[in-house]
Design a protein around this ligand. Structure first.
Ligand SMILES: [Zn+2]
Ligand SMILES: [Zn+2]
Length: 408
C-alpha cells in the first residue's frame, strides 16, 4: 500500500551552463558532476526551468529536502542545510555570514554583503526615513512677507530717492475762495415732533403717518401634501452565487535547496442559485391638510404735519477766483455785516482759503508745479533759475527760493 506523504516535494533538475551536462538532481548535486560548476541561484529561482521528480516520504532525499535552504560558503561552494561545515573546512556559523542564505525564491539574502548592497529594508518599511518638515508651511508665509517688504522698499525708494534739477520760473498761479452764508426765510414741513427749534408754525394738518398690523382672527387654509404608500408587491426572479463545495489546489513554493513543494490549499467552488424576491410597489397619494393662519388688518396711525417758516443762516455757493498772474485778488463781494440780531438778507463770511503755485520748466521743457506760501511765491522772479530736487515719481520735494544770480 502506498504511504500517503505528509508533504509533497518535487526535485528540480538542472543543466550545467558550462559543459552542457544535463538533468542533474539539484537537491543532491550542488556542483556539476563533470566540470565542478556551482549551481546558481538563478536556476533555483526559475519554476519553469526544470523537470520535476516526485519525492515521497520515506525516501532518503525526502529527509534531505526537510533541511531547508542551501547556504553559501565564502569559498564559493554551495552546501545543503544538512551540513554545518563546508568541504573547505569552514564552519557554517562563521562562513555563511559573509554570503547569506538561499531563500524560497532562490535569492541569496541575509548575508552581510547583501545587507549592504540593497535597500530592501528601507523599501519594506522596517527602517523609516525621518520625515522632513512640510516645506510649504514655511515657504508661503516667507514669500508673502518678502513681497510686502519688497513693496514697502520700492515705495520708499520711489518717494525718497532725490534727483537734482535746475528749473526756470515760467509763471505764477493763484486761487482764492470765500465760503459765505445768507440769513433767509426758509419754508418747510415736518411731523409734529420734528419741527426745528425757533420755527414758526403756519398751518397743520392731520395725515397718515404709517400703518400697524392688528390681528382680527384666524382662518382655516389647506396645504397639499403628497406621500408614498405601499400598494402590493412584485415578484422578481433573481440569481446569486453560493458556495457549492471546496476543491484542493496546490501552490508551488521553492525551498531554495533544489526542491519545490506543492502546498495544498482549499478553494471554494461556486454555483448559481435562483430565488424569488418580493419587491414592494408604491403609489403616491395627495392629501389636503388643514391649518390655522392669522388674519390681519392694517390700521392707520395719524399725526399732525406742521408747515413752518424759519429764519436761519443758509450756506451759499462758494465764491472763487483763480488766475495765472502775480496779482492775487479776493472774489468781489458786497456783504452787509449784521448789526446786532440778523435780518433777512444779511450775509456773513464763514471761511477764506487761498493757494499759490509757481510754474517752472527744466532743460527738457518738462513742467513742474511748486506749492508755497504767498510771501515765498511772490519772491520767484519770472525767468530766474533755481536748484531743486524731485523724486522718482517726478514731484518736486524741495527748491531754493533764491536764484543763484540773486545771491551775489
Ligand atoms: Zn559542467
Ligand atoms: Zn567552503
Amino acid at each position: 500500500m502506498a504511504k500517503k506523504p505528509g508533504r509533497i516535494f518535487k526535485i528540480q533538475l538542472w543543466d550545467c551552463p558550462n559543459c552542457g551536462n544535463k538533468g542533474m538532481n539539484a537537491l543532491f548535486y550542488k556542483e556539476c558532476t563533470q566540470c565542478g560548476q556551482v549551481l546558481s541561484d538563478d536556476f533555483l529561482g526559475d519554476l519553469n526551468y526544470n523537470e520535476q521528480v516526485f519525492l515521497a516520504e520515506g525516501d532518503p532525499l525526502y529527509e534531505l529536502a526537510m533541511y531547508g535552504p542551501d547556504w553559501l560558503c565564502s569559498c564559493g561552494r554551495r552546501n545543503s542545510g544538512r551540513y554545518s561545515s563546508c568541504e573547505c573546512g569552514a564552519e557554517r556559523e562563521t562562513s555563511e555570514k559573509g554570503r547569506g542564505r538561499v531563500d524560497k525564491n532562490g535569492k541569496t539574502t541575509g548575508g552581510i554583503i547583501d545587507w549592504y548592497q540593497d535597500d530592501s529594508q528601507l523599501k519594506a518599511g522596517t527602517v523609516k526615513k525621518k520625515p522632513g518638515p512640510d516645506i510649504r508651511k514655511i515657504l508661503v508665509p516667507m514669500i508673502v512677507i518678502a513681497l510686502i517688504l519688497g513693496l514697502i522698499g520700492l515705495f520708499r525708494f520711489i518717494s525718497e530717492t532725490k534727483i537734482d534739477v535746475e528749473l526756470t520760473v515760467t509763471g505764477h498761479r493763484w486761487e482764492r475762495a470765500i465760503d459765505w452764508e445768507r440769513f433767509e426765510l426758509v419754508k418747510g414741513e415736518a411731523w409734529e415732533d420734528e419741527v426745528p427749534e425757533g420755527a414758526r408754525i403756519t398751518s397743520k394738518s392731520r395725515e397718515i403717518f404709517g400703518y400697524k398690523k392688528v390681528q382680527t382672527g384666524t382662518e382655516i387654509v389647506y396645504r397639499q401634501e403628497t406621500r408614498k404608500v405601499e400598494d402590493g408587491y412584485d415578484l422578481v426572479e433573481k440569481t446569486r452565487q453560493v458556495i457549492a463545495g471546496y476543491e484542493t489546489k496546490y501552490r508551488q513554493e521553492r525551498q531554495g535547496n533544489g526542491v519545490i513543494e506543492d502546498v495544498p490549499y482549499q478553494e471554494a467552488v461556486y454555483k448559481t442559485e435562483s430565488y424569488t424576491e418580493k419587491l414592494p410597489r408604491y403609489k403616491e397619494i395627495t392629501e389636503s391638510i388643514p391649518y390655522e393662519e392669522p388674519v390681519y388688518r392694517d390700521d392707520p396711525i395719524y399725526k399732525y404735519k406742521n408747515h413752518y417758516e424759519l429764519e436761519t443762516w443758509v450756506k451759499m455757493e462758494t465764491l472763487k477766483a483763480a488766475q495765472e498772474n502775480r496779482s492775487p485778488l479776493w472774489p468781489k463781494t458786497d456783504f452787509t455785516a449784521p448789526q446786532g440780531a440778523p435780518i433777512i438778507g444779511d450775509t456773513r463770511i464763514m471761511a477764506k482759503t487761498e493757494s499759490y503755485q509757481v510754474l517752472l520748466t527744466d532743460g527738457n521743457n518738462k513742467e513742474y508745479l511748486w506749492n508755497c506760501p504767498q510771501n515765498q511765491w511772490e519772491g520767484f522772479e519770472p525767468g530766474s533759475q533755481h536748484q531743486a530736487q524731485k523724486n522718482l515719481a517726478g514731484h518736486l520735494v524741495s527748491i531754493e527760493d533764491q536764484s543763484p544770480s540773486d545771491s551775489r
